[in-house]
Design a protein around this ligand. Structure first.
Ligand SMILES: Cc1cc2nc3c(=O)[nH]c(=O)nc-3n(C[C@H](O)[C@H](O)[C@H](O)COP(=O)(O)OP(=O)(O)OC[C@H]3O[C@@H](n4cnc5c(N)ncnc54)[C@H](O)[C@@H]3O)c2cc1C
Ligand SMILES: *[C@@H]1O[C@H](CO)[C@@H](O)[C@H](O)[C@H]1NC(C)=O
Ligand SMILES: *[C@@H]1O[C@H](CO)[C@@H](O)[C@H](O)[C@H]1NC(C)=O
Ligand SMILES: *[C@@H]1O[C@H](CO)[C@@H](O)[C@H](O)[C@H]1NC(C)=O
Length: 888
């Protein structure tokens, strides 16, 4: 044990932790107001008459596997929303997984803007549950303070605040004096600022779970304990047979909520879910006189640089550290050998060495901890995903339907309420209630996200629990994966700074001689700022090549393919040899996806989507193909097909040197698709570019990328061809007014307010998904609109990036969706949703950036015309000149 720590009473505590016999709240004895109303904890299930004589229901609409806080919350919400035949199966007792020994911290804070909604709802519910169920849940809400002890943290807090304005959860900044007033036991030496969330605190996870279960039963759900799921098989109609020792239940839908067994449960159906258990510890002290003498509970402290949470527990202190990635412990042999059958009521051996640095920091921050007696150490498993965000929603595997995930919860207690509600809404309405794309259970692909990657990333994520969260953040563990393009090394050698996109490495920008190389995160403009300007200039005046291999790519074939796409997409289906941008909408008329669709021949289409939406789009298409009985085959060719984009006024000249094909304005029109040979490489070329400049996307076999790239570069030498990355593309697309999926377009927006009218064919004969809802929306009239703003920023930025608060006359009126510096117009740009009355060009609003409200003006769109429009206007003008009737 590290000698610097002088904690007393350890031997005893470790023994107590190991003893842990029955799942019972660690805090049950410490409750300030424990009620004895709960009959659930010890009672037999109502349909049980001893384990062997158990009679189960034989039908379920939704069958939930796992009785932790997450599974029971889902059962409660589904039953309450009126779903009949909700069944929950728990192999031992409720809470017997990670739940019973959780520290129970609850916070409104999360760096993810939409994930905050889960927290907000959970805390609201925690305040209501006792009234509804009669079960006390031991909810304490003394508030919580995050501590900044470095200037970078102060920036981070201001950055968090700028993304907070429109959020429902209360949150504000505290001066050191205010922090000290709220928490007099803190050593204030290093405290620069506090970030405060009133209403935060902690809850007893054990009684919380009992309350969910009581509620679920109250509304008619059936919960069977000591009933293990031993087999799962999908029937041909997409429903499921769920085997237990007491018989088989036929379920319309199953939900994997099996906590740290969810990986094993996944294997039962052959799914390798990207999950791994990690060890997490917390220590509890005996009474501390300075704590005991207080009349009011102390707020929870999160010392971010010390990396731990610290709260009052009865008259003592509870501290939960997140040790560094190289110190933390993974339970990876559970993945290989399975979780030992008895585990759940047990805990791991604790190891104070691992967390000694954090505890030392805690002693410095809260000096009374130094003299406190440790009375308990808890070390238990938590299921981690590579990015600590849970897997929440329908899971897709080839041909699989109605399999849902509610697994991988790193903070399952605070997420439980929100998760149950969110999944219930999704299950009942057939579409997500709001955008939580970051929790999509399919965001990790099987081929690039292998076990090693999961373990490496979980380690990193755990260690980074309290790391500074920067804009444009990159994390490097586990990279590169198998998903590297054929020019990965070449581009690195040319100075590429890579971004990570669904397993792929893609250049964000290129450093040249004289530039500072590498990833330098910052809350302001950083080393990439001038190089990106150089790349924009390259594309605007000469031509550049960009590696677009990360795009998701699908082929759609079969006699019904046109009919199918006509039903799924709001735009017209393109004619042969043509490409169109098309949106798939949800039944409520929200933007689900954006695809570039090309018709290659009769019953043969090629569809492209962004790198983050590959599974998301495929799942939607496959689901609808199955449900609608369409005769189509959808194949995923993402990994076989690569893409290079070329853009800029010289791009035609470059390509012409490599092909005999006709690339003229007439011979290769905007949005046309042709198969051509370029320098001996077979290429499917589409005349389109997200930069808005003259350009092509060149799709080709992945093994040909290096050859194609070399050919382009040598042909391009005389035309000044160079490389550009995604940052330059992001800036160029904003100047042109192109919308981005996941930013301007999400399931929180409809395409009319997003300004996508041009792509939405409400008059086409086909009854496409979302059409009715949109017609209704159109009749009712819009309430808000996407606008383009130019923002007065400081010389070193920051520029807006999306999710900043928009203010008008002292009120929050909306939020930005994207932002970047526009190098051509030499202004900082932001896109934002604002109420209709503020959408007129010329209107002045404010964008909050690092604590300052920057003036921003609504502009006429686009700021810069796209090349096809410029070309069309120029031709019109010259035709008019030729006819001699120029009016201007
Ligand atoms: C030390 C520690 C401290 C923590 N502190 C916090 C905190 O402060 N705040 C917070 O939000 N989170 C905290 N967590 C995390 C939290 O405990 C988990 O995220 C949460 O409990 C997960 O709940 P769950 O319902 O997903 O899984 P679990 O609680 O693991 O429940 C899964 C259930 O599924 C059952 N099951 C498994 N397989 C089968 C099968 N085949 N058939 C039937 N049933 C099955 C299991 O028996 C188990 O009861 C902490 C965790 C630990 C270890
Ligand atoms: C804004 O928040 C949404 C929802 O959490 C997220 O998907 C998106 O990536 C965020 N955008 C930025 C630029 O942070
Ligand atoms: C597409 O196929 C590739 C290669 O087989 C695979 O890595 C990827 O996960 C697949 N994507 C989808 C959405 O199925
Ligand atoms: C801000 O953006 C999010 C995500 O798009 C959206 O859900 C929310 O409604 C927006 N808030 C406002 C006030 O427009």
């Amino acid at each position: 044990m590290a000698s610097a720590i002088m904690l007393r009473g350890l031997g005893l505590a470790a023994a107590a932790a190991r003893a842990g016999s029955r799942p019972q709240s660690l805090f049950a004895a410490c409750k300030l107001h424990t009620t004895s109303s709960s009959s659930v904890a010890n009672s037999e299930d109502k349909a049980t008459s001893g384990p062997l004589g158990k009679r189960l229901k034989d039908q379920a609409e939704t069958l939930i596997i796992g009785g932790g806080c997450v599974g029971t919350s889902l059962a409660y919400h589904l039953a309450k929303a009126g779903q009949k035949d909700v069944v929950l199966l728990e192999k031992t007792e409720l809470t017997a997984g990670s739940t019973w020994h959780a520290a129970g911290l609850t916070t409104l804070f999360h760096p993810g803007i939409n994930v905050k909604n889960l927290h907000y709802y959970s805390i609201w519910l925690f305040n209501e549950l006792e009234k509804e169920t009669g079960q006390n849940v031991g909810f304490h809400s003394p508030g919580s303070i995050r501590i900044a002890s470095t200037p970078t943290r102060v920036d981070e807090f201001r950055y968090q605040m700028q993304r907070q304005g429109w959020n429902k959860a209360p949150q504000w900044l505290l001066t050191p004096e205010e922090v000290h007033e709220m928490h007099p036991l803190l050593n204030m030496d290093k405290v620069l600022m506090g970030l405060y969330n009133p209403g935060d605190g902690h809850i007893d996870p054990y009684t919380l779970t009992q309350a969910y279960a009581i509620g679920a039963r109250m509304y008619g759900a059936d919960i069977y304990q000591k009933t293990m799921v031993t087999g799962l098989a999908m029937r041909s109609d997409g429903s499921w047979n769920v085997d237990t020792p007491y018989g088989t239940i036929h379920a319309q839908r199953v939900v994997n909520a099996a906590g740290f067994w969810s990986h094993e449960l996944g294997l039962m159906t052959g799914f390798e879910l990207p999950l791994i258990p990690v060890h997490h510890q917390y220590v509890i002290t005996g009474p501390v006189p300075e704590v005991k003498s207080r009349t009011q509970e102390l707020p929870v402290i999160r010392d971010l640089d010390g990396s731990y949470y610290l709260r009052q527990e009865r008259d003592g202190i509870l501290i939960g550290p997140y040790e560094k990635e190289d110190r933390m412990e993974l339970q990876d042999h559970w993945i290989k050998d399975g979780v030992p059958p008895g585990f759940g009521k047990e805990l791991f051996e604790s190891d104070l060495d691992r967390i000694s640095d954090n505890l030392e920091a805690a002693m410095e921050m809260v000096p009374v901890f130094r003299d406190a007696e440790i009375s308990r150490i808890v070390c238990g498993p938590i299921m981690y995903t590579p990015d600590i965000l849970p897997l929440m929603g329908p899971y897709r595997a080839q041909g699989v339907q109605n399999y849902w995930c509610a697994a991988g919860f790193g903070y399952g207690v605070i997420h439980s309420g929100g998760a149950g509600k969110y999944l219930t809404d999704w299950i009942l309405n057939g579409e997500p209630p709001y955008d939580l794309i970051e929790l999509d259970p399919n965001r990790f692909g099987e081929t690039w996200c292998d076990r090693q990657f999961v373990a490496t990333k979980a380690r990193e994520s755990y260690g980074y629990n309290n790391a500074v969260g920067y804009p444009k953040e990159e994390r490097f563990a586990g990279r590169p994966t198998a998903r590297v393009s054929g020019i990965y090394q070449t581009l690195l050698d040319k100075g590429a700074d890579m971004g990570f996109h669904s397993g792929w490495e893609q250049p964000s920008w290129f450093a040249k001689e004289g530039d500072t190389h590498g990833y330098l995160p910052s809350f302001r403009r950083s080393n990439w700022f001038h190089p990106v300007g150089r790349e924009c200039e390259l594309v605007l005046s000469r031509a550049g090549v960009i590696d677009l291999t990360p795009f998701g790519k699908f082929e759609i074939k079969g006699p019904d393919s046109a009919k199918f796409l006509d039903h799924l997409c709001a735009n017209n289906v393109p004619k042969t040899g043509k490409t169109c941008i098309s949106h798939m909408l949800t039944p409520r008329g929200r933007v689900y996806a954006e695809l570039t669709i090309s018709k290659l021949g009769e019953d043969h289409f090629f569809a492209i989507t962004g790198s983050g939406s590959e599974f998301h789009d495929l799942r939607w298409m496959e689901d609808h193909a199955l449900k609608g009985g369409y005769d189509v085959t959808i194949s995923n060719i993402t990994d076989e097909v690569a893409c290079n984009g070329i853009a800029g006024p010289n791009s035609r000249d470059v390509l012409e040197k490599l092909t005999s094909g006709d690339l003229s304005e007439e011979g290769f029109k905007f949005l046309a698709v042709h198969d051509i040979s370029l320098g001996g490489v077979d290429v499917r070329a589409i005349r389109i570019s997200y930069t808005g400049e003259l350009g092509w996307e060149l799709y080709h076999a992945r093994e040909d990328t290096a050859r194609l790239y070399e050919a382009l570069m040598s042909a391009g030498q005389e035309f000044g061809l160079g490389d550009f990355g995604t940052y330059a593309m992001g800036s160029l697309r904003l100047e042109k007014g192109f919308r981005g999926w996941g930013a301007e377009m999400t399931v929180d927006n409809n395409p009319l307010e997003a300004g996508l009218d041009f792509f939405i064919k409400l008059n086409k004969p086909a009854d496409f998904i979302g059409k009715q809802a949109l017609q209704q929306l159109q009749q009712e009239g819009l309430t808000r609109k996407l606008v383009c703003l130019t923002v007065e920023v400081e010389e070193n930025g920051p520029d807006a990036e999306g999710n900043e608060t928009i203010w008008h006359q002292g009120k929050v009126v909306g939020n930005t969706t994207s932002g970047a510096y526009g190098y051509q117009i030499q202004k900082s740009i932001a896109y934002a949703y604002v109420p209709l009355h503020l959408a007129e060009p010329g209107t002045v609003v404010e964008v909050e950036l690092l604590g300052s409200r920057r003036s921003a003006t609504v502009q006429q769109e686009p700021l810069v015309q796209t090349e096809p429009v410029r070309t069309r206007l120029a031709r019109k003008k010259s035709a008019e000149t030729a006819r001699g009737n120029v009016t201007v």
